[in-house]
Ligand binder design. Structure first.
Ligand SMILES: NC(=O)c1ccc[n+]([C@@H]2O[C@H](COP(=O)([O-])OP(=O)(O)OC[C@H]3O[C@@H](n4cnc5c(N)ncnc54)[C@H](OP(=O)(O)O)[C@@H]3O)[C@@H](O)[C@H]2O)c1
Length: 258
């Protein structure tokens, strides 16, 4: 039984993948949506396909100061009941010493700074109203250091720690915070994912399933959403094992293949 419902939401990174599915799922639940990304044509296509609720489009590059400021301004003018900080990038992977410095910094601006700024923009009015929801998209990549995705994993560790801390601070205010930590999902972020019918493909998730599971968690007022039983087990194990052991194991594996 749902405990919370929202009449309006803003979703970052809605032009593809999990964010696109958030928009579809929110529309099914009757929530008016504001969608944010850089690719206007994809956002327009999304808006055109949704008939039952109003869809507002904002084209913004959340790596830039102007882009973040434009979304902050919209949130100040038209407050929303639910913020979904979903936009994120992993930079494609590769050894840190060889990665383009600007791309590494861009990942921090998008995955960390934009998320903090937009959260700050909504949290005060939500607390004043005594209601609201914030869903931050992290990753299981943030549960441990990751060779080949050093900066990406660190940004997601930030998102997880930030979100759990914020949830603790906001307890009792009526504002609910949820942390999504997906494993592998079939989206543009993983253009070379395995065939879904292969053995490894069975471990991958669809963006539809991830969006639905995490929105259900939000509606139930849950702090944590880790879709997929196998991923919940893996996350539980990584967090239960001594960190030194986890570090020793992950230092031998490079998921980027670099
Ligand atoms: N796929 C996975 O396996 C996986 C696993 C764990 C966590 N995640 C997380 O899930 C979230 C969504 O990723 P996804 O898998 O759905 O990937 P995706 O299909 O590549 O979607 C990423 C979204 O972020 C937007 N975006 C990227 N850079 C942006 C920028 N500078 N400004 C504004 N928007 C920007 C993209 O839109 P534009 O390009 O149009 O700007 C796109 O809508 C990310 O936070 C990711 O870290 C994904």
């Amino acid at each position: 039984m749902a405990r919370y419902s929202f009449t309006s939401a803003l979703v970052t990174g809605a032009s593809s993948g999990i964010g696109w599915e958030y928009a579809q799922e929110l529309a099914r639940r009757g929530t008016e949506i504001t969608v944010v990304a850089r690719r206007t044509e994809r956002l327009d296509e999304l808006a055109k396909g949704i008939r039952n609720v109003k869809v507002n489009v904002i084209t913004a590059d959340l790596c830039s100061e102007e882009g973040v400021a434009a979304v902050e301004q919209r949130l100040a003018e038209s407050p929303v009941e639910l913020l979904i900080n979903n936009a994120g990038a992993d930079g494609g992977g590769g050894a840190f010493a060889a990665r383009p410095p600007e791309q590494e910094a861009g990942m921090v601006r998008l995955n960390v700074l934009a998320l903090v700024r937009l959260t700050r923009a909504v949290v005060e009015p939500m607390v004043a109203a005594g209601k609201g929801g914030i869903l931050n998209v992290s990753s299981l990549a943030g549960d441990q250091p990751l060779r080949g995705f050093v900066t990406y994993a660190a940004t997601k560790a930030f998102v997880s720690t930030f979100t759990e801390g914020l949830a603790a601070e906001l307890r009792g205010t009526g504002v609910h915070v949820t942390l999504l930590k997906p494993g592998y999902v079939y989206t543009e972020m993983n253009p070379n994912g395995p065939d879904p019918s292969s053995l490894s493909g069975r471990f991958w998730l669809t963006p539809q399933a991830v969006a639905k599971a995490s929105l259900d968690a939000v509606e139930r007022g849950r702090l944590m959403s880790v879709p997929g039983l196998h991923y919940r087990a893996a996350s539980g194990l990584v967090n239960a094992l001594p960190h030194q052991l986890v570090r020793a194991v992950v230092s031998r594996v490079d998921p980027s293949g670099s």
